[in-house]
Ligand binder design. Structure first.
Ligand code: PAN
Ligand code: ZN
Length: 192
């Protein structure tokens, strides 16, 4: 039987993020041990109550080529030391798959890199679309004062490889300095 069309509303200012979804993932600070450089700041924030850093809502589809999955991510504003709240970041498990991100509200950056060492940082604020080509790992960073909310669409069979970034990091780091984001080489990055 053919799949049936799915319709849902995405109101950028709505308190609810999607009016229909199959999956809802909540990422607390505690799920990001080892991701932030400043361990003292991480521990202090954790002791103060383990805040929710981001949430993801998604429409599930069978993980086969031809199907698309889509959803919304909401990333809170805040910092761990000099680093802004960010997503874990990942390569797609099927490396040759891309993705589209569309920012609905807020202000941030997308940090991207390939296994070959190409690096890119893209402005990502309400109204902007970023096309993430196949092979590029991606992490979203909230550099604003309110939530960063975005819609994403990717092939349903793409999957997530979190391990490579968890173990080796991104080559580039975004830090807050005098109220603005600056991009630096990540001193903790290690070759794969
Ligand atoms: C997005 C991300 C979402 C959360 O749906 O999965 O923004 O980021 P992390 O997966 O890095 O925690 C996406 O890129 N899917 O492929
Ligand atoms: Zn992705």
């Amino acid at each position: 039987m053919n799949a049936l069309p799915i319709a849902f509303a995405l109101a950028p200012d709505a308190a609810h993020v999607m009016d229909h979804y199959d999956r809802h993932t909540v990422r607390h600070l505690s799920s990001m041990a080892g991701y932030y450089v400043d361990q003292t700041a991480f521990d202090a924030l954790l002791a103060a109550g383990d805040p929710v850093l981001y949430e993801v809502w998604g429409i599930e589809r069978p993980a086969v080529a031809g199907e698309l999955i889509s959803g919304v991510t909401r990333l809170a504003a805040g910092q761990v030391g000099q680093e802004y709240f960010m997503t874990k970041g990942h390569f797609h498990a099927v490396l040759e798959t891309g993705e589209i991100y569309y920012a609905l509200r807020g202000q941030g950056l997308l940090v991207l890199e390939t296994p070959e060492g190409d690096c890119s940082v893209q402005a990502f604020a309400a109204g902007q679309v970023v096309y993430i080509p196949p092979r590029w790992a991606h992490r979203t960073i909230n550099t604003g004062t309110g939530e960063l909310r975005f819609f994403w669409v990717c092939p349903a069979h793409a999957g997530h490889d979190y391990g490579t970034i968890a173990d080796h990091g991104f080559r580039q780091l975004v830090l807050e300095s005098a109220g603005s984001p600056i991009i630096q080489a990540n001193p903790r990055w290690s070759p794969r």
